[in-house]
Design a protein around this ligand. Structure first.
Ligand SMILES: NCc1[nH]cc(CCC(=O)O)c1CC(=O)O
Length: 363
């Protein structure tokens, strides 16, 4: 046990009750315990855990974070552990991300029947995912895959492949790694084919901005490299959310440049029917993630991501593109249909409603 640089504290850590949330919270609790603190886990039940309605209809993945944030603000708990990719980019007044611990491998993985890879699955194979980001990038591969919107925890989703209900599911590798289930993985999907959600594989430890004692205890858990990367990725998302409601992937990596370490940032924006996909990348300073992310978002918008803007982002007089080119296909793909808000829908259908789907939407 390393000596704590701050006085040992007794900390209440708020956690959701899913296996993944509990595993992540226990991992953070153990890091704090190793520094001499006493940590008690407090279970917080969120609407996202109890409701079987589609996530979009209950407010998107923000519902998971919201209940934990309420518990923090009310003083019920002192810290909360979030999957960073589920944490809204808008800061919560009174709260801060006190640490971003070292990240797991951020890639997405395929779990498939017979352990087949994406290339081996082929035409007509049905992939389960509730994530428009994953659908958009899989559709863009042009493999003839089809998609089924699914929800549920890791066990439920992997179970759908085991039962033969689906040919494959795509999940975050990090979740499987934390649950000790990497043996189920058929293929780690190359980021050249699928960029992860901004922040995927990283955790955020949040606490009250004025709670100096907890801040001091949690600060040593921060991994500056991870923080630099996720700052850049989340800046892309935040900047795109202002002008585009399309699926977004982003991945930053620290690479060896000519003059030392650099931040290499890649991002994806696309349409769920595969009719439009855009990837761009930039390299910048390691301490410059925020600006780099915003610049990359500007490049994406400039190069066509603004065509993916939802009607709510669009100026009222904006003419609907005529013809049957990619632009009109994209517009059609983004026409909201409230009737699609509940129940499984074929994500490849042109009337899929992607609003609020710029990051992860499924469990
Ligand atoms: N969207 C839900 C979610 N939030 C975090 C993870 C996995 C762990 C992580 O990415 O940090 C998952 C599951 C998944 O996408 O497969």
């Amino acid at each position: 046990m390393s000596a704590p640089s701050v006085a040992p504290l007794t900390l209440r850590l708020g956690t959701r009750r899913s296996a993944l949330a509990t595993t992540q919270s226990t991992w953070v609790a153990d890091l704090l315990r190793a520094r001499g603190h006493v940590v008690e886990l407090v279970e917080i039940i969120t609407e996202g855990d109890t409701s079987t309605a589609s996530l979009a209809s209950i407010g998107g993945t923000g519902v998971f974070a919201a209940a934990l944030r309420r518990a923090l603000l009310s003083g019920e708990v002192d810290l909360a552990v979030h999957s960073l990719k589920d944490l809204p980019t808008t800061p919560e007044p009174g709260l801060v991300v006190a640490a971003v611990p070292v990240r797991e491998d951020p890639r997405d993985v395929l779990v498939s029947s017979g352990g087949r890879t994406l290339g081996e699955l082929g035409e007509g194979a049905v992939i389960g995912t509730g994530s428009p980001r994953r659908v958009a990038q899989l559709a863009a591969l042009g493999l003839g895959l089809s998609f089924k919107d699914i929800r549920g925890n890791v066990d439920t989703r992997v179970g759908l492949v085991r039962d033969g209900a689906l040919d494959g599911v795509v999940l975050a590798r990090a979740g499987l790694a934390r649950l000790g289930r990497l043996a189920d993985v058929a293929e780690a999907i190359d980021p050249l084919q699928m960029l992860p959600a901004p922040g995927q594989g990283a955790l955020a430890v949040e606490c009250r901005a004025d709670d100096r004692a907890t801040l001091g205890a949690v600060a040593p858990l921060d991994d500056p490299d991870t923080r630099a990367c996720v700052t850049a990725e989340r800046a892309v998302l935040a900047a795109l959310e202002a002008g585009c409601s399309a699926p977004v992937g982003a991945l930053a990596e620290i690479v060896e440049g000519e003059d030392g370490l650099e931040l290499s940032l890649r991002a994806f924006v696309g349409a769920v029917d595969g009719s439009f996909d855009l990837r761009r990348s930039l390299v910048g300073g390691v301490d410059d993630g925020e600006a780099l992310g915003r610049r990359l978002a500007a490049v994406l918008l400039e190069d066509g991501a603004d065509l993916l803007r939802g009607p709510e982002d669009r100026p009222p007089a904006r003419p609907v593109p005529a013809g049957t080119g990619p632009a009109s296909a994209v517009t059609d793909a983004l026409t909201p249909d409230p009737a699609e808000a509940t129940g499984p829908v074929p994500l490849a259908a042109p009337d899929r409603h992607p609003e609020h789907d710029s990051t992860e939407r499924a469990l």
